[in-house]
Design a protein around this ligand. Structure first.
Ligand code: TXA
Ligand code: MG
Length: 344
């Protein structure tokens, strides 16, 4: 498949260029576009044949529902019913932005989009290219992260070109994604909302607006869990080619450096993913993610992809805790590690 690739400046959008992509969406084709979280692989959410092409391009299991992206809050009522007061408050506070709201779906949303569920996931992204693309396409756009199923999500134009060229009809290259972690997914179909996937809008942020919020219990455990309520959370995910381990405990750098020496003897290349404060403590290939959790989150997927480019066999990643955005970071890291943890 020939892929049309263009760079578009988010702060000075060339509408003629964007119209080419909007026409692809209108014609039932697939387009990759930037959002503030990760790049999305989009198609007309209301056209089953178009949605089928998303699953094919990603190699994704089709029981895994897609997020439907809208450009205006008015579109919610076209797609969902029983919109609760709490859901409305959250939409008004955090949209456009990195949060996805699950509500009972209306008929118009095809089963292919909702993965056969009776609910629909809605999100109004903040990225101006994404918003404009949805608007001029004249339809909501369903879009999962634009990676091959199982791989880290793309946060830079180069990631999508490397991985998805010739698998989709169009790729729009914008700036690097601001947040670098996929949106927070929250189920509003019960009285007390529940976070199904943690993200940059945290439990703390939500509770300030609407009171008690639950976390899908399967997210609190440090084990693989097949009972997660968001179907996407149960699949292998975010995996680079190297073998990832989460490391924590005492004398971390000394202990890791010992493992790195052993790996060297076996001709295995080691890499370490760490925070700013520890970046000079490790031997091997070190990628520092930054000093605060927001910065660490925004650089995580790029680091995993970069470890592949450097052909690293074994990747050690520090534990970034579970408060605030730490919960989202560790959710992604634990999955990429297949829940392997080394405790010193
Ligand atoms: O930031 C994001 O959310 C990105 C950008 C492109 O918007 N999209 C994204 O989509 O991460 P995806 O498909 O990779 O992840 C969507 C997650 C999956 O875990 C899926 O199972 C869950 O949301 N999900 C979607 N619809 C759902 C529903 N009706 N009920 C429960 N979980 C749902
Ligand atoms: Mg994904």
């Amino acid at each position: 498949m020939k892929t049309i690739i263009e760079i578009i400046d988010e702060n000075n959008i060339d509408e003629d260029k964007l119209k080419v992509y909007a026409n692809l969406i209108k014609n039932g084709e697939t387009v990759i576009f930037p959002t503030e979280t990760v790049y999305g692989l989009g198609a007309n959410a209301l056209n089953e044949n178009a949605v089928k092409k998303i699953y094919e391009a990603k190699g994704r299991p089709s029981d895994n529902p897609l997020i439907v992206h809208i450009s205006h809050i008015n579109q919610v009522d076209d797609l969902a019913k029983n919109v609760s007061e709490k859901a409305s408050i959250v939409m008004k506070k955090f949209w456009p932005g990195p949060i996805t709201i699950i509500l009972p779906k209306k008929e118009i949303v095809p089963d292919k989009t909702s993965g056969g569920l009776k609910t629909v996931a809605l999100r109004m992204p903040k990225n101006k290219i994404a918003l404009k693309l949805i608007e001029i396409s004249g339809t909501p756009i369903s879009a999962p992260s634009a990676n091959i199923s199982g791989r880290p999500s793309p946060t830079k134009g180069i990631h999508v070109v490397d991985e998805m060229n010739e698998r989709v009809s169009g790729i729009i290259i914008g700036n690097d994604c601001d947040y670098g972690l996929e949106s927070t997914v929250v189920d509003f179909t019960e009285e007390i909302p529940m976070i199904l996937r943690p993200g940059s809008v945290t439990k703390e942020d939500l509770e300030m607006e609407i009171g008690k919020v639950l976390i899908d219990p399967s997210l609190n455990s440090y084990e693989d869990n097949k009972t997660a309520k968001a179907p996407g959370m149960k699949y292998t995910h975010y995996s680079p080619k190297g073998d990832v381990y989460i490391v924590r405990g005492k004398n971390l750098s000394q202990n890791i450096n010992k493992l790195i020496e052993q790996n060297n003897e076996l001709n295995l290349k080691s890499g370490v993913i760490c925070s700013e404060e520890n970046k000079y403590s490790y031997n091997g290939e070190v990628i520092c993610l930054g000093s605060d959790l927001e910065e660490i989150g925004s650089n995580l997927f790029d680091a995993l992809i970069e470890m592949d480019k450097r052909k690293i066999d074994i990747i050690y990643a520090e534990d970034f805790g579970s408060s605030g955005v730490g919960l989202a970071i560790m959710n992604r890291l634990l999955k990429s590690a297949g829940y392997k943890i080394i405790n010193f």
